[in-house]
Design a protein around this ligand. Sequence first.
Ligand code: SAH
Length: 367
Amino acid sequence: MPDAMKTGSSTTEDALRARINAAASIGLDEYMDAANTAYYATGDAIGAAGDFITAPEISQCFGELIGLWAAVTWQSLGAPASFNLVEFGPGRGTLMADALRAAVHVPGFHAAARIHLIERSAGLMERQRQALAPYSVQWHGDINDLPRGPMIVIANEFLDALPIRQFEYTADGWSERRIALDDGGFFTWALRPADVRVPGYVATTPGAIYEDSPAVAAATSALAARIAGDGGAALLIDYGYCGGESGDTLQAVHKHRTAQVLTAPGAHDLTAHVDFAAVARTAEEAGARVFGPLEQGIWLRRLGIDVRAERLMRDKPEAARNAIITGVRRLTDARAMGSLFKVMALAAPSLPALEGFDPAPAPKDMP
Ligand code: SAH
C-alpha cells in the first residue's frame, strides 16, 4: 500500500504532521482547530445531504421563534434606532432568514437591525449570502471585530465546534491528552504531565477525563464583556451539560454517523459537549447576567412552538402536516433534541427579564 493511503494525505494532515514532528506532540485544541477549519471550509457539512443536521434545518419554527425572541428583546432594550443583530457560526443562513421573516411585522425592527455574521468558512459565507440575499449583511472572523453598540446575539451549535483540551487522571496525577505520531505515521494519543486546575466535582480515579475549552472561555468572556458594556443579550443554544458532570464528550461525525477522531482530520466534524456551568461562570465574571440554561424543549414550548406549528399546519396537505409535527417533536422531545440541547442567555445587568427564561438573579459581584 502506498504511504499516502496508509496514513492519509490531505494538506491538513501534512501540516499537522509537520507541527507534531517539530514539537513531539500538539494539544487536542490545536488538532481540533486545524481539523475543523479545513472541515467547514467547503460549506457542505450541514443538512440532510451533509454530515449532520441542526435545529434550523429541521424546522422553520426554530428560527421564527428566535426571531420573535430577538424582537421582544429589542423592545425591552428600549427599541434602539440602531443595534447589531449578530449570529455566530450561521451555517447555511437558515436560522437568520427564518428569524428575519418572522420579525418583519414588528414595527421598526428590520430598520434598526444591522446584521453581522461571525464566520470563517468561505463556503458557508457564500451559502449565507444566498440565504440572506434581500438583506444587507456584514461578515467578521471574530467577535472583537464587531462595531460597538447594543447587540442581540444568536449562536446555535457554535460553541460545540470550538476546540477543547482534554486531561486524564493517571497514577501520577493529571496529564494532558495530546496528539503525537506512532511509528507508522498515524496520529495517536500521548500523555504529558500537566499543571491544570480541575473543579472539585471531577473524579480523580485513574482514567477519568476532564475537558476544558480555552476557546469557549475566550469567546464567552469577550461576548459577555461587550454585552455588559454596550447593552443587549445573547442566546446560546447547544448540546451540553450543566455542571457536576465530566468525561470524554469529544466526537467525530461523518454522514450522520460516528467517525474516528484521529483519522482523516478535516474530513469530519469534531465537536464536544458544552460545559454550561463553565460558560455561566465566565460570563458572570465578565459582568453579564446569566439566564438558564433551560432544556431546549421547555424553552421552545414556553415561546409557543406548539401554537406556531398549529398555525403552519392550517390548510396544508397531510404529508406537510406530518412533516411539521415530526420536526417540532424532534426539537422538543426529551428523547430527541429537547433535553440534551440547552438554551442559555447572557444579558446586560440592566435587562432583568428575557422571554422564555425565569428571572435571573443579579451576578454576585454586581452592586
Ligand atoms: N448555526 C448553524 C451552524 C452550526 S455548525 C446551524 O445551526 O445550522 C458551526 C458553525 O460555526 C459553522 O457555520 C462554522 O463554520 C462556524 N464556526 C466554527 N468554528 C468557528 C470559529 N472559530 N469562528 C467562526 N465560525 C466558526
